[in-house]
Design a protein around this ligand. Structure first.
Ligand SMILES: C[S@@+](CC[C@H](N)C(=O)[O-])C[C@H]1O[C@@H](n2cnc3c(N)ncnc32)[C@H](O)[C@@H]1O
Length: 486
């Protein structure tokens, strides 16, 4: 609070002027603010900018693991919950959010997350946010931040959401969008898809669970590349309490709080990697699809950065087959080469446009085409992407998705198998693409993928499969398997 001056400008007797105190710099909060600004201003990706800021802070500011974990939680949590926090901040100020300086809004969002999404005591969250505001915004705007933070601290998250979300009965999608911090169009798209795949479990409770799962931090999952390491080896290389077995994939190990992939020798040696179980299931299902005749040439037509290719290459090696991993972006092809390095059997990494194939038609026995997509199935991992994506992006991907699937079909021999995968449950990117292609061709048989994901429940009516974060604990991967008739 500033001390009011007397009319003459002299301070009232007996009250010494408060000495100006330099604001205290808090490195973790400063770093979180810098990361948020980069995401907002330069469209940076949090999962890329944050590790580089943390590396610098470790080197120059002596950041420890605890500081890094705190800064990461601040950035990821704030970005994920931004929709809910914006609605709450809007209720605490008397002008539209669009009129608030984005720097101020980022400080307020970080503060709202500390107040409403962490266990930091309210007084500490308010004072740390005001200190941050003094450093990055100056004393004048810090007073505004102080006032808003005090209003936010008046109630907890549930009470705020109850107050600011429109009633469910009035507008169900808007209600869920505010409650679970998703754009409304994403709520609508996920709900539509859930309704098709899980008609019995697609009511308010189920869709709320799905949206809430998008806001959970996903556990880090490792893949033991077959023939190169085993799940048991991975578990043995960490303290028992740091790991849990995979739920569905025989190659998976889940890291629980505290487990670090870098501590695992097999990961450092590329014999294992970090990979969501959904992706492991997709690669394993393609490899397990029944096939008559030759089974020696496999293609991953959209391989970058190489997670599924590495599992496929390891499985191919065990069977004496060769994997060609193809990717259109040279820098991503380089990542594929790095991921596949040391694979025991033969493989090739090439840079090629899947729409203009570098191979003769009918060359391959198994083909995976894991197409570029909206990524709505991996919102847990990329906290800013839900705010960046637009509904029109989905339509924009469609011609490429269809083209890549048709090309993959051309690449397969008669009798060969094609797996069409997306990391999105949006119907326009999944079943609609496959149905469109099936309508145009009579040389394809739609294989039931469900038995190829043994033990995995709630996969729908088939023949394709859709995984869900709230049901399977995986990204929302989609897989359709097609066999080219002989
Ligand atoms: C969803 S990602 C694949 C992820 C990968 N399968 C994995 O598990 O690591 C899609 C990839 O397709 C690539 N891509 C986009 N257009 C392509 C094209 N026309 N031909 C080949 N690859 C393409 C993108 O660069 C991206 O690396």
């Amino acid at each position: 609070m500033s001390t009011p001056n007397t009319p003459s400008g002299a301070r009232p007797e007996g009250r010494a002027p408060r000495p100006h105190r330099r604001p205290k710099k808090d490195p973790a909060r400063m770093l979180a603010f810098t990361a948020l600004r980069a995401v907002d201003e330069r469209d940076a990706y949090a999962n890329l900018i944050l590790p580089s800021l943390l590396r610098k802070a470790e080197k120059n500011e002596g950041f420890e693991r605890r500081d890094a974990a705190f800064a990461t939680e601040l950035v990821y949590g704030t970005l994920r919950m931004r929709g809910s926090y914006d609605a709450i901040i809007a209720a605490c100020i008397d002008r539209p959010l669009s009129k608030v300086d984005p720097n101020v809004l980022d400080v307020l969002s970080l503060g709202a997350h500390q107040l409403l999404g962490t266990r930091i005591p309210a007084h500490a969250a308010v004072s740390a946010t005001v200190e941050l505001a003094r450093v990055v915004l100056g004393d004048g705007r810090a007073k505004f931040v102080n006032a808003v933070m005090r209003r936010i601290s008046a109630q907890d998250l549930d009470a705020w959401l109850e107050q600011v979300a429109p009633p469910y009965e009035q507008d169900a999608e808007d209600h869920l969008a505010v409650m679970h911090s998703h754009p409304r169009w994403v709520v609508a798209a996920l709900w539509d898809s859930l309704g098709v795949w899980q008609p019995e479990h697609c009511g308010r409770a189920a869709v709320s669970e799905l949206l809430a799962a998008d806001n959970d931090r996903p556990a880090v999952t490792l893949v033991a590349r077959p023939g190169r390491s085993t799940a048991q080896e991975l578990r043995d290389s960490l303290p028992a309490e740091d790991t849990a077995p995979g739920r569905w994939s025989p190659y998976a190990v889940r890291l629980v709080e505290g487990g670090e992939p870098g501590q695992v020798g097999a990961v450092r040696e590329n014999r294992a990697g970090v990979q969501d179980e959904g992706s492991q299931l997709v690669a394993a299902a393609l490899a397990a699809a029944p096939l008559d005749g030759r089974d020696g040439r496999w293609l991953d037509a959209c391989a970058g950065p190489g997670g599924k290719a590495a599992l496929l290459a390891a499985l191919a090696s065990e069977r004496g087959a060769v994997l060609v991993a193809s990717e259109s972006q040279p820098h991503r092809a380089a990542l594929v080469a790095r991921t596949l390095d040391g694979n025991p059997g033969p493989y090739a990494v090439i840079t090629a446009d899947g729409l203009r194939p570098a191979w003769r038609p009918g060359s391959f026995d198994r083909v995976l085409v894991d197409v570029p997509c909206s990524g709505l199935g991996a919102l847990r991992r990329r906290p800013e992407s839900r705010w960046r994506r637009r509904p029109e992006d989905v339509a924009a991907f469609n011609p490429l998705q269809r083209g890549l699937l048709l090309s993959a079909i051309e690449a397969a021999r008669p009798g060969g198998v094609v797996g069409y995968a997306t990391c999105s449950p949006h119907l326009a990117e999944t079943r609609t693409v496959v149905n469109d292609v099936l309508r145009k061709r009579d040389d394809l048989e739609w294989i039931d993928a469900r038995p190829l994901l043994p033990g995995v429940p709630d996969l729908g009516q088939g023949p394709d499969v859709q995984l869900w974060p709230h049901l399977h604990g995986t990204d929302a991967m989609y897989l359709a398997l097609l066999r080219k008739k002989s």
